[in-house]
Design a binder for this molecule. Structure first.
Ligand code: AMP
Ligand code: MG
Length: 590
């Protein structure tokens, strides 16, 4: 049955692909995209009751399923170690590694005193079953900074490669990350815990194995923020900072400065990337490639029959669907990842490796968050195309596992990608505009609004948010208050009233809807708060004086991005960005 459904899925994708080719041609409109309301995507709804037996070996209780000590809290690296050959070379020095998926390497603790800057309560409690009181203990701080390895944990660094900026660069790998092991929580969900910034590995190349505080603050805040926006992402457990000096030339202009080293403890269901498969295909390690893909399918794609001869095609088909959805989600909140190399694309299609990302302020399909990306390869409007490029590289990596007929089918599956993306985009953007059902002109209505926003440089987030807050009568009368500053900007466009007429008549087609219900619905699809660069920058500046208050404030606000919050309003997080925001530059340096 499942296999049938997947086959049907693949069939649908091929049909969508063919139709797309016939009617639209190769997609060139990178700026087209879409939306969806937030959802708690990470935990699923597995019935947990049988894991919560009072007094069982695991020490859970129905009343408080969280552990108050780390004593019995265990990580395990067993599954990964037993499934794959390990790097036979045990010494930790930079080199080309072959014949394995992981090298066992210990993290390098900081030499100076460390401070716990931030912790994600939800990750600690809900994903890791730990009581927040544990985070105040010395053993927790040692654990999250790589100084204490728990029993059962064998720190691993992953060997992967990648296409960076369109070029195959060979081996990359975890140059500053250590996979501590997996924790299976009371819901039966398995989370892999990884330190980032925890020292040199065989994959460090010229790097120092470290991460600096500013980029770690950004990763910590943004990965959590995306989660609360309902977007698949790795999560962050904690952020620690040390006094160890880390030298960085932030803007690559010869000005090297000492910064503080930091470590983020991150979690994801898997850290495998497109590049994890690519390196094996490029080096002709086909049996290891098969082992890895079979492992990924078995662990993470339970709907795929692991003995079916079409399993690799089904896997590819699912990654195509999930990647198209992920990028549509990014677009729905104006998020540009910044470095969409294949080594940063997850096989589970979750957002990974936060670097020079950015949320666009005013709507601009050419928005490039990364100042090191001179050609704008990863500009926001090009993310959909880059997704296809990366999927093509994944397909090539899978080719050694496919027969000729399957290779052709894989190409057909990939042709379905633009259609899948467009469908998700429409779904999400229709939700942003509060539209029910289907109308032929919906795409036109959305594209029209985006064009007005582009022409008037109107704020992307707040235009949609303010459309959610204004009544239909006010909109019809063009009665837009000062509070609705982004809408005022769009309203300056000569075609605004034409668009409003189209929009209002489309809203009137919504059957069984009230204006109040529409606004409530739209407010839960359009965030009021996103992590704008200026907000992150302001918080980071304060950390120089050991003031982490704004990091904590942002963490708190971004937990509820769809709800108006007094503290956020006082901090002007939903106001027009300050003029200096336009001068901000975020480079690859991290
Ligand atoms: P990223 O841009 O963070 O996705 O990293 C790309 C590649 O460079 C990965 O293989 C990283 O492990 C590696 N890398 C980035 N920064 C460092 C560093 N400071 N030390 C060692 N490796 C690094
Ligand atoms: Mg990376």
């Amino acid at each position: 049955m499942v296999a049938k459904m997947l086959n049907h899925n693949m069939m649908m994708m091929m049909i969508v692909g063919l139709i797309w080719e016939l009617t639209i041609g190769i997609f060139s409109r990178g700026e087209r995209t879409e939306f969806e309301a937030a959802s708690d995507h990470e935990c699923g709804s597995v019935d947990s009751s049988h894991y919560c037996v009072k007094g069982d070996n695991w020490g859970y209780s129905k009343i408080n399923p969280k552990r108050v000590s780390m004593d019995l809290w265990n990580l395990t690296s067993r599954k990964l170690i037993e499934s794959f050959p390990l790097d036979p070379i045990k010494e930790n020095y930079v080199r080309q590694v072959r014949g394995c998926i992981f090298s066992a390497v210990q993290p390098e603790p900081f030499k100076s005193a460390i401070k716990l800057v931030a912790v994600s309560k939800e990750v600690v409690e809900d994903l890791l079953d730990l009581d927040m009181s544990v985070t105040e203990t010395e053993e927790f701080i040692q654990f999250v900074s790589g100084a204490r390895i728990l029993p059962g944990s064998v720190p691993l660094t992953h060997r992967y490669g990648g296409h960076q900026f369109g070029v195959w660069v060979g081996q990359l790998g975890d140059g500053r990350a250590h996979l501590l092991g997996a924790y299976t929580n009371r819901h039966g969900t398995r989370w892999e815990l990884q330190l980032k910034g925890s020292g040199k590995t065989p994959y460090s190349r010229d790097g120092d194995g470290r991460a600096v505080l500013r980029s770690s603050v950004r990763e910590f805040l943004c990965s959590e923020a995306l989660n609360y926006l309902g977007i698949p992402t790795s999560r962050a457990v904690s952020l620690v900072v040390s006094n160890d000096d880390v030298k960085r030339d932030q803007f690559y202009n010869g000005s090297v400065e000492n910064e503080k080293g930091a470590i983020v403890l991150r979690v994801a269901k898997s850290w495998f990337r497109f590049g994890s498969l690519e390196i094996l295909a490029h080096s002709g390690e086909t049996e290891l490639l098969r082992k890895l893909v079979d492992f990924i399918i078995k662990q993470h794609f339970p709907l795929i029959n692991a003995t079916n001869s079409n399993r690799y095609l089904e896997f590819f088909s699912q990654v195509v669907i999930d990647t198209s959805n992920l990028i549509a989600h990014w677009m729905s909140v104006g998020f540009a990842h910044g470095v969409c190399n294949t080594d940063n694309f997850s096989v589970l299609s979750v957002t990974l490796d936060y670097g020079p990302f950015g949320f666009m302020d005013f709507y601009d399909p050419n928005f490039v968050p990364n100042t090191s990306d001179d050609e704008g390869r990863y500009k926001i409007g090009n993310q959909v195309n880059v997704g296809r490029y990366n999927l093509n590289k994944l397909m090539k990596a899978l080719n050694p596992l496919l027969d000729l007929k399957q290779q052709l089918l894989a190409e057909q599956i990939l042709k379905g990608y633009p259609g899948l993306y467009q469908t998700k985009f429409m779904e999400l953007f229709k939700a942003k505009l509060g539209l029910f059902g289907y109308n032929n002109n919906d795409e036109y209505l959305i594209t029209y609004l985006l064009k007005l926003m582009e022409d008037t440089r109107a704020d992307f987030t707040m235009t949609f948010r303010q459309l959610s807050e204004i009544t239909k009568q006010q909109l019809a009368a063009h009665s837009i208050s000062e509070d609705h500053w982004a809408l005022q900007d769009v309203a300056r466009h000569t075609n605004f009233s034409h668009w409003v007429n189209l929009y209002l008549s489309r809203l009137n087609r919504n059957i069984v809807d009230s204006d109040e219900a529409r606004r409530t619905r739209m407010e839960s699809a359009n965030p009021r708060y996103i992590l704008r660069n200026w907000m992150a920058e302001s918080a980071i500046k304060k950390t120089a004086g050991n003031d982490f208050s704004e990091v904590h404030l942002l963490q708190k606000i971004l937990r509820h991005p769809f709800s108006k919050q007094t503290e956020a309003e006082e901090a002007r997080y939903s106001s027009r960005p300050p003029p200096w925001a336009r001068e901000l530059r975020i480079s690859c340096s991290s």
